[in-house]
Design a protein around this ligand. Structure first.
Ligand code: PRX
Length: 568
């Protein structure tokens, strides 16, 4: 029997109070995610249960109980407070998936700080824009990443502390850099947890849009109410589960469902701090007897490519439920998973901004392969007419996915950008930026983005950020960046470039520019292909028509370009 039971019945009767009650929360109480994920689980008599089974890239394994986690998160919170970091300050986590990242996240929340996790593969420029925007006060990192911080810190006057969690003393630390050894530090048994309230800011997740630089979606401690109950109903987490979320906490899946939701449910989580390899993933599931697995379509398609024979060489019998998020999960992948694992991947749809699951497939509910499922109980969803923004009544008609504001984990603003935040709401609906249709049974079918954001391997990258970085290369005069179809990653970045006089297109130059972007921004943002052009298509007002370039890549009808010009 699943946690949710009958979806239809739950949808009828559900209120968010169910989650509040289970968590022992009443309106006006303090609510601190750090407390709920560690101290509370210990108070419930589960102090000795494993919270984290961590495996590094060379195969070493470390295990931590909920009590270990309680003490380490106290220790980090105490340390940060001792430095003079205050409630409301932004503290960036810039690390690989090491235990300090997970405990650091909760430690920051325990002392009232705002956690700002960033993907450790980010290059200097990606890091800089996000730290500058958030006026970040401290960054917690590893020695292998510290050089990227050194290069930009002069231009970040607000950044006071660079905390290195694995300093071995071999190379001297520089000004503002301090070593902190989580396991070697004096253990703090009791810590006075910051008395955060429902609306106290908790996490700042940067996400890309079509225009401008990435924006920080700001969440609050009350998000726990959504994350806890959806982990229970959608991921079906139960008392004895061993759960693996493959996402990096630099992205929202890695925090909402790689930290908060599962640990608030007192469930053991596994973390693999190593790159993707089908064999090592299967071995990881086999060795740790993983029961619930949350992954993404790109990973699933990569596993498909390796073939079913490889799966069959491992013991996957511990698995009982599998979910997917981040991009469209194609019907073939759902059907393949049934053959390979004896069960299907359940697709889930949500966003950085929504903080938790919005449209999902639930255990026990019939899966229609290729559909994202139905709205989470407690969520009012619809698709809006593309022009009038009124809910569409006719099944099968494509519109904008929209949600009625008010669910607990909804973002509360974009950091320093109230205007863009406001622009996300029309006619009383939150507009997701995605298109879908709803069928006669109420299932949602994803169609695509409603903007120019590129989804590569489940990660959103903004064309503007890449175009701006390209212009910093000495040879580039103009640039336009679009998503190009890719069988595994769904989309990859393709750049169109015109060159400055004196530069000639060549394979060498293409590679040089690709590398330039990889280092500056990230491997994900790096164009997989660069097309040198004599000129780029523009509107009458001189704006580059990305959509026209994109349509060509997708083999879509471009039609009358004058309408495109009008759209700009
Ligand atoms: O376009 C949708 C796509 O990913 C976007 C959200 O990305 P992000 O904020 O980075 O959060 C990703 C993890 C929650 C959406 O606007 N997306 C997410 N899930 C799906 C999806 N597209 C199709 N199917 C999904 N299940």
């Amino acid at each position: 029997m699943s946690n949710i039971g009958s979806y239809e019945e739950m949808r009828e009767t559900f209120t968010w109070e169910i989650s509040e009650k289970e968590l022992g929360f009443k309106k006006g109480d303090n609510i601190n995610i750090g407390y709920y994920c560690s101290d509370r689980i210990c108070e419930m008599g589960k102090a000795d249960r494993l919270a984290l089974i961590w495996q590094g890239h060379s195969g070493e394994v470390k295990k931590y109980t909920f009590d270990d986690m309680r003490v380490y998160t106290n220790t980090i919170a105490h340390y940060l407070k001792g430095l003079g970091i205050e409630a409301g300050d932004r503290i960036c986590l810039f690390m690989d998936k090491v235990p300090e990242l997970y405990f650091g996240f909760l430690g920051i929340l325990k002392m009232g700080g705002i956690a700002q996790p960033l993907f450790s593969a980010f290059g200097g420029e990606s890091l800089f824009t996000r730290l500058k925007d958030a006026n970040t006060k401290a960054i917690v990192t590893q020695k292998k990443h510290v050089s990227k911080v050194r290069k930009i810190k002069e231009e970040l006057p607000e950044l006071q502390y660079i905390i290195v969690v694995d300093d071995d003393g071999k190379k001297p630390l520089r000004e503002q850099e301090i070593a902190f050894d989580m396991e070697g530090a004096e253990k703090i048994e009791t810590f006075d947890i910051y008395p955060s309230m429902a609306e106290t800011p908790s996490v700042l997740h940067y996400t890309s849009g079509t225009t401008g630089q990435p924006k920080g979606a700001q969440h609050v401690h009350y998000s726990l109410i959504s994350q806890y109950i959806s982990s229970k109903y959608v991921l079906d987490l139960m008392e004895d589960d061993i759960y693996w979320c493959t996402a990096d906490p630099g992205w929202v899946t890695g925090t909402s469902y790689g930290i908060i939701g599962p640990w608030a449910n007192g469930v053991t989580q596994c973390v693999l701090d190593a790159g993707f390899k089908a064999e090592s993933w299967y071995k990881f599931i086999q060795d740790h007897r993983i029961t619930i697995w949350y992954s993404a379509p790109t990973a699933i398609r990569s596993l498909m490519k390796v073939g079913t024979d490889v799966v069959k060489q491992y013991d996957m019998s511990s698995l009982r439920h599998m979910c997917s998020v981040g991009e469209p999960l194609n019907a073939e992948a759902v059907i393949w998973s049934k053959d390979a694992f004896g069960m299907e991947f359940y697709d889930t749809f949500w966003q950085t901004e929504t903080g938790a699951h919005m449209i999902c497939n639930y255990p026990g509910m019939k899966v229609k392969p290729g559909s994202m499922g139905k709205p989470f109980p407690g969520i009012t969803a619809t698709v809006l007419d593309l022009k009038t923004h009124e809910p569409i009544q006719t099944p099968g008609t494509v519109g904008l996915i929209a949600f009625k504001p008010g669910w607990p984990s909804m973002f509360r603003s974009y950091w320093n950008n109230e205007a863009v935040y406001k622009s996300k709401f029309i006619n009383g609906w939150y507009i997701s930026g995605d298109r879908a249709s709803i069928d006669e049974d109420g299932y949602y079918w994803f169609v695509g983005r409603d903007d120019d954001v590129i989804n590569t391997g489940g990660h959103l990258v903004g064309p503007f950020e890449i175009e701006s970085a390209l212009l910093e290369h000495e040879s580039v005069a103009e640039s336009a960046v679009v998503g190009k179809p890719d069988p595994v990653n769904m989309e990859v970045v393709k750049a169109f470039i015109t060159l400055k006089p004196g530069f000639d297109a060549s394979k060498m130059l293409e590679l040089e520019i690709m590398n330039f972007i990889r280092k500056k921004l990230s491997p994900l943002a790096m164009p997989q292909e660069i097309e040198f052009a004599d000129s780029l298509p523009k509107t009458r007002s001189g704006k580059i028509m990305r959509r026209l370039l994109r349509a060509k890549e997708w083999g879509e009808e471009i039609g009358d370009t004058s309408t495109l010009e009008d759209d700009e």
